[in-house]
Ligand binder design. Structure first.
Ligand SMILES: [Zn+2]
Length: 298
């Protein structure tokens, strides 16, 4: 009998080491990146969807269960999740994923940030001390984060280092080729003036050379008011733009209001993986973003 048990146990141990790491991603772009780099050695769960505002979510009990079991938390950081992540981390009781631990990964800490405030005043809205957190709209940032995340996967799961390195190399090569393709396609967008609903796209604008002339939110995270919308409309009479941009999760009413009156396009960008039908992975995210911008710019 004992011999049978020992044999069974040895059998269990000789199984291939699949799905070694449980990863909880705060936003779908980091979940998608973890899947690209980890393949079948990781199990990924996203805390938010493309249709949710990542600044503000309700931490559901199912999310808490995922946080308890996670080996790695992959989030944007830069204060994007301050409204919900600290509570989730505290309630999870999971020592592995607390700030400062190897199981805590902040994507934004690896890239230089835009819009770092000179003066921090919460009366100015959702202003983040470390700069604008929406770094995923520039694919060059994703390349930098991929590098750091691949290293972190190896650190947490050294037995699969060769696997993570090989997947990272394959992804990085394909990604660099895609960036060149996107930059070529997006060349006509350079210098195009746009309005944004939320300050969600400074990295995208800098990458493609879009010129942001106004935001519909009077302050970041503050809903557009009718008086502020009227001001933006008046501004556009003097300073015409081609389009108004919003993220898939945002309410479209203020964008549509402006677009109708200013006779411009209201463009819904996927913003992250899952934000549109074509944005089913990171490549689709940028394919679709550039396609939508080009269509509106014509
Ligand atoms: Zn924001």
């Amino acid at each position: 009998m004992l011999k049978i048990i020992v044999t069974l146990m040895l059998g269990a141990f000789s199984l291939p080491a699949l799905a070694s790491l449980n990863i909880l991603a705060c936003e779908p772009e980091w979940g998608a990146l973890a899947s690209e780099l980890g393949g079948d050695r990781v199990t990924v769960y996203n805390a938010t969807s493309a249709m949710q505002d990542p600044h503000h979510i309700q931490a559901r009990p199912s999310l808490l269960a995922r946080a308890r079991n996670a080996d790695l938390l992959a989030c944007t950081g830069a204060e994007l999740e301050t409204g919900w992540l600290p509570i989730l981390l505290r309630q999870s009781g999971n020592a592995k994923i607390q700030p400062g631990k190897a199981g805590y990964f902040e994507a934004a800490s690896y890239v230089p940030k835009l819009e770092i405030p000179v003066r921090l005043d919460r009366a100015e809205g959702d202003v983040h001390a470390t700069g604008n957190p929406h770094i995923q709209t520039d694919p060059r940032n994703i390349a930098v984060v991929a590098d750091a995340l691949a290293k972190r996967l190896s650190q947490l799961d050294p037995a699969n280092t060769a696997h993570y390195q090989a997947r990272h190399k394959a992804f990085a090569d394909k990604w660099q080729a895609a960036i060149q393709r996107w930059e070529k396609q997006a060349a006509p967008l350079k210098g195009i003036p746009v309005v944004v609903q939320h300050k969600a796209f400074p990295y995208l604008s800098r990458w493609l050379g879009l010129r942001e002339v106004a935001a519909l939110e009077p302050k970041p995270g503050v809903e557009p008011s009718s008086s502020h919308l009227s001001e933006v409309l008046a501004q556009l009479a003097r300073q015409p733009v081609k389009m108004v941009l919003r993220a898939a999760y945002q309410d479209g009413r203020s964008s549509e209001w402006l677009a109708e009156r200013a006779k411009i396009h209201a463009v819904t960008l996927p913003f992250t993986v899952g934000g549109s039908e074509r944005a089913q992975d990171l490549f689709g995210l940028f394919d679709d973003t550039i396609q939508k911008l080009l269509t509106a710019a014509q």
